[in-house]
Ligand binder design. Structure first.
Ligand code: IMP
Ligand code: MG
Length: 172
């Protein structure tokens, strides 16, 4: 078992998610929102966020895989599970667990724009700005974190630790 230390505990996570939900609720003021959950890592965040938004929220799911080169995504992205329903004319918010190099999200934003939504915003629970390779404009960020490999609350290492209720890092 890896030695995992807590970086952001459950209480802090939920407090910040509540704040983001209030901000989104105020900005969209009762307009319908389509939250696009990027599987699998964003499941926990999407659910906790959606429950706290005071608007009509629809959920969509996308799963992509990046062809990894070591621990870094290569930018070549493959769609594993695509949208089923149209997002044309909808207010879309992409919900992502973490922005690392920014490659996955740059690709996804461009892809989703081709589906003619009314608006596309981006909400990420975690942001590792030091690692950015591709510039991405993030509208809502939970926490900026240092360049550590984090797990828990949806995030994994080889599919492990997603179910941890907090964000931890592997202490090496
Ligand atoms: P990007 O394309 O480099 O921004 O990669 C983003 C994806 O890499 C995220 O959706 C995560 O699945 C994964 N990822 C990046 N950093 C971490 C980490 O610290 N822990 C777990 N997964 C990560
Ligand atoms: Mg992952």
């Amino acid at each position: 078992m890896d030695n995992i230390k807590i970086l952001i505990d459950e209480k802090k996570l939920h407090k910040r998610i509540e704040e983001i939900a209030i901000q989104i609720s105020e900005e969209y003021k009762g307009k319908e929102i389509v939250l696009i959950c990027i599987l699998k890592g964003s499941v926990f965040f999407t659910v906790d966020l959606a429950k706290r938004i005071n608007s009509n929220v629809k959920l969509e799911f996308i799963r992509v895989s990046s062809y990894n080169e070591g621990t870094e995504s290569s930018g070549k992205i493959k769609m594993i599970l695509d949208l089923k329903d149209s997002i044309e004319g909808k207010n879309v918010i992409i919900v992502e667990d973490i922005i690392d190099t920014g490659r996955t999200l740059s690709y996804l934003i461009e892809y989703l724009k081709t589906k003619n939504p009314k608006s596309v915003k981006l909400c990420a629970l975690l942001d590792k700005p030091e690692r950015r390779v591709q510039d991405v404009k993030v509208d809502y960020v939970g926490f900026q974190i240092p360049d550590k490999f984090v797990v828990g609350y949806g995030l994994d290492v080889d599919e492990k630790y997603r179910n941890f209720p907090y964000i931890g890092y592997i202490d090496v």
